[in-house]
Write a protein that binds this ligand. Sequence first.
Ligand SMILES: Nc1ncnc2c1ncn2[C@@H]1O[C@H](COP(=O)(O)OP(=O)(O)O)[C@@H](O)[C@H]1O
Ligand SMILES: [Mg+2]
Length: 295
Amino acid sequence: MKGWLITNGFLHTTKFTEIHLWLIESAKKLGIELTAKTNIEVLALLDSNAAKKAREESIDFVLFWDKDVRLAKYLEMTGYPVFNSSKAIEACDDKSLTHLCLQGAGIFMPRTLIAPMTFSNIGYTNLNFLAEAEQKLSYPMIVKECFGSFGQQVYMARNQEELVAIVTGIGAKPMLFQEFIKTSSGRDVRLQIVGGKVVAAMYRYSDTGDFRANVANGGKMKAYEPTQKQVELAIQCCKILGLDFGGVDILFGEDQEPVVCEVNSNAHFKNIYDCTGINVADSILEYIVKRICIG
Ligand SMILES: Nc1ncnc2c1ncn2[C@@H]1O[C@H](COP(=O)(O)OP(=O)(O)O)[C@@H](O)[C@H]1O
Ligand SMILES: [Mg+2]
């Protein structure tokens, strides 16, 4: 069996290349030839001969480890099985879309207000909508850029002055405002799901006073036995979003009630390996083989 591992050609950090090598290594163990291709090498060429030409590539699947949803969509259109699907990646990449999809299915999430959209060359010429955010969410309030990871685009505003400063700093980029789940301050759980099952879980906590539990942001981690409710919630989220595999971040609400924080389509799995010894890359490749062979 052969496949392509699509990665982003503009992103060159060990954090990412390490993940790519793990996936290729896991494929090798299963006798799969997984070839890394960047989105610079594989381009979406839309002409009447392109689809025919692309289909001639003798690969059985595409493992899409990137957010270039246009390319993912193109590869699907040319007939390749793509994991995760372009639709699932798109819904997870934009946190506001994730919440919209989950809200439709009645999933328990922090109360969220999505900022109105503006244009990059215009920006927010007035901030009147912040009054609604203040009224519905109060302080402290979480502000998130819709596109972000490792906790780097997630902020806390403790008052109006901070809120205005954060929003001004974000500029015209899409963002959302969210209720702060204080019972979960500085801690959450990450569940890794593959093929509708939880394969690994970790508890993340910050001991620096930071409200964000991300390990990349200085958080600590330990292996975790998720509750039945957390397991069901994470599996349900992946199902709703159409994810073959993903990482679900769950907060602790009142009475330990699980509250969905976000869902990642390309969740990094090195940290979870370091604290659980479970190699999620193996599970992902095993799942793809099963899907290709059995359907
Ligand atoms: N509404 C919230 N209430 C409390 N903590 C939150 C909330 N949203 C996010 N956090 C904390 O911030 C971290 C980063 O937020 P998240 O939405 O997962 O963004 P990222 O994609 O950067 O990981 C979470 O892991 C959690 O610890
Ligand atoms: Mg997260």
